[in-house]
Design a protein around this ligand. Sequence first.
Ligand SMILES: [Zn+2]
Length: 392
Amino acid sequence: MNLRPILLSVIICSFILVIGSGLLIYQQNQKAVVATITEINDLESQEIIFPKALLPLFFIENHLLSSFIHNRFDEQSIGYILSTDLQSVLNQPVQWSYIEQDKIYILTIGPRIFYVVNGTDIGQEGARFFPMRGGIIQTLENETGTELYISSDVLSYGFGLKVQEHSNVIYIHDLERALEPQIKEEVITTSSDIPIRNWNIEQRYNILQGFINPIPGTSISTRASHWPGAPRSYRNGVHEGLDFYTGTSGMIVNKQTPILAMADGVVIRADFGYTELGDSDRNVILELAKHRPITPEYILDQLRGKSVWIQHTNGVITRYVHLDRISESIVVGEEVKQGTAIGTAGNSGTSYGVIGNDEGIHLHLDIMIHGQLFWEGLKTEEIVSLLKRLFE
Ligand SMILES: [Zn+2]
């Protein structure tokens, strides 16, 4: 008996079945076209270019294939949505203001308020930080006034909607639900809800227990200027985190030193596209900082260099600063396991990084609890003993 025709028919039938079922699923999941997004290339004076997903929506929408695809393609599709479009998409009033001095956008969408520091890829709502790749760009004044191009991440990570971008169109899954004022369901904690400075040491220890040392084997720096809260006279502020340097941490810290994720979490920011400030630009922002009572966030952000931010459970965020390199496996919005090498130590954002030499290499580590620095309100000796207890 000749099996070849039968085999061939089986293959053809399976092929039709797979495509057919895929199309069926696609049909069922077809989304309303909610808004067109703007190609970043269309915006003036922008250097960042986000690659669009090249896969057909059918594949992305097919549940059978999506998990397979998800793990194999870096789906960094990202675009911008005009503030007026956002208003019609969400059926919520969108208002915004800009604090020039602090370079902060305040975005009010319905009952929710988001903050975005200009030039950063991260948004904040109360004590919650979320990815906002591309941030916000203000349009030039035109006949309809000034509008904002808002990173479409505001829909996915800001509002928690399931969105998909394809061919410059944003699709929102379950649009009906998205348009309902379901937004209130989520309980938002604000910094003022949980003032960390009122927490005792034990409460802080408990929330951070189980977090590992990002450079295993190192000890807490022997130098006071490396500790959280140390004064920083050159910019009118204090040191927000803990530094790990060769010579004071008991180990060599260089550009080969892997930096490990301290606990399981989700990457909320990774500055892959970071470019070093020019020497004069750095001096300009330091000079500006000196004339402010405390270093503004946008300046601190620029001084941090290449950073990775990880959101953990219990409202803890760890921030790894001045990195030389970020591991390719790190994807914004994706989970990362405790102990994963997220990158290597460096001097980006420092005066040495600006020059481009190999001096001053160290890890600067920030730990935040509910959006506030973990050490707020503690005495220096309490901070150091807490850190030693946790990481030595
Ligand atoms: Zn530091």
